[in-house]
Ligand binder design. Sequence first.
Ligand SMILES: [Ca+2]
Ligand SMILES: [Ca+2]
Ligand SMILES: [Ca+2]
Ligand SMILES: [Ca+2]
Length: 460
Amino acid sequence: MILIMDIHKLNIIIIWMLIFSGVHCSVNIETVDDEVDIKKTDHGYALTMEENNHKFSNKKALFKITESDCTHITLNFFSSNSFTYNIDDCILYSLQAFDYEVPTQRSYSMLIIDGTTTETQVKIYITNIDDEVPILHCPNCILDENTMYDKDNTPCFYTLEDPDGFLSFMTITVNNELDKTFEVITNQDLPNETYSTEEPLINLITLNYKTTDFYSFSVTVIDSGNNNATVNAIINVNDIRNTNPRWTKIINFAEFPEKSVQEFDVKAIDGDTGINSSICYEITGQDDLKQHSDYDIKIDKNTGHIIVKNIDRDKYDINVIEVNITACVCDETDWCTPQKLNYYIEDIDDHSPIIVKNTYLDGTDQEFNDNEPKIVNIEFLENFSGSFNFSSLIQDIDTGENAQFEVQLVPEGDFDYTVAYIIVPTAGYKFGNFKISVSDKTYLDYENPTWINNYFHVSI
Ligand SMILES: [Ca+2]
Ligand SMILES: [Ca+2]
Ligand SMILES: [Ca+2]
Ligand SMILES: [Ca+2]
C-alpha cells in the first residue's frame, strides 16, 4: 500500500502512524519577532504574519526551535508550496519574501523534523496588507456645458484597481486647484476582496464652453497603506446649443445712386463656436419690399451675398430703405440674430419737370399723359386784366437740387407777346401751381391786328 502512494501522502501516513503510535516526540517553537504571531494548536503551531514583499531585506526570522540542538533539523513541506530558509542558532529564517498577492505564497504547511523521530507540524498564514500601489485609469471624458452631473448620469468613470483590494478605503483627490470643479466619488461599500471598480467623476459647478473648453488636471489616489498614484486627466467641455449666431461682417449703412446695381457681403458665425453649424441668411419683415415688389434686393441664403438693384427712388419718393436680414443656424432655425440694413438712395437727375395738369376755375382738370408740348387756347376780351382761368401743376419727381426748376414765358416766333403776360411763381421745387396773368393790359388792343392772336410758350 505504501508503494503506490505519492510522497505527500506517504508523509501523511507516516505522521498519523507516528501520532497514533505515540512513539514520536515533538519540538517546540517560540516567537522571536513581534511581527510573527505563533499559536499552539491541536496538531502543532499556527504562525501568522503579514506579507512582507515590500519591506523584505535578506531574511526574516520566523521562529526559534526549542528543546533541540538543531543539528538535524529539516523542514518537510506538505505541498509544492515551499520557501527557502535556513536555520541559524535554532532560529528559522525565511530567505524570501511572502507576497499575499502571489496566491501560492499565502499559506504553507510543513513538518519540522528533528532527526528521524521528532516532528512538529507548523502552518504559516500570510495575511494581506494594503501594500501594493493602486492604479487609476483616466477616461477620455466629454461633459456638456451647463449640465450638472451626478454619479447616475455622468458618462465619466475612472477605473480604480488595487491588487490588495480594500478599495473602499481609497482617497481620490483632484489636483491643480480644480477640486472645487470636479470630484471623483469613491464607493465606500465594497467588500475588501474587490480589486477593480469604476468611480464616477462629477462636476461641482456648471461648465461653460466659452470660458473653458477643456480642463487638464491630475488625480491622486491614496490607498489605506498610503500607497499612491497620480495620473493626468483631460475633460473636454461640449458646447451645447444656447447662443444665437453672431455677425462678424456687416455693412449696415450704404449710400448709392438709385437704379444702380450694388453688391455687399455679410457674414455671421454660429454663436456656439464649439458646434459651429452652418449659417443661413434671409431677408425678413421688409414692408417696403412687399409694397414695392419691383425692388430687387436679394441675399444668398448660404453666402450672405446681397445684390440690390432696380430701386427707383423717384417712383416712391423714398430716400432710405430699411432692410431686415437674419442669420440663422441652418438646421435649428429658432436660433437667429437679426440685423437692420439702411440704404440711402441718392437721386439721379433722370426726370425733367413736366406739366401734369391744368385745373380750371370750375374745378375741372385737363390732365396730360406725356411730356409732349401742350397747346392751350383761351379767349378773352381786349383790355382783360385778370388771370387766365386755369392754373398749371408742374412737377419734377426727382429730389434735392434735381427737383428745382424755373418757369418762364418765352416768345413763340418773331414777335414777343410775353411782354403783356406774367407767370407766377417763376420757380418750383418738386411741384407747384403756376398761374398766368395779364401784366400789361394796354397791349391787349383788338384794334391792333398784331395783338389779336397772341402766342407764347411756357418754358420749364
Ligand atoms: Ca503584496
Ligand atoms: Ca494597495
Ligand atoms: Ca497586499
Ligand atoms: Ca431721379
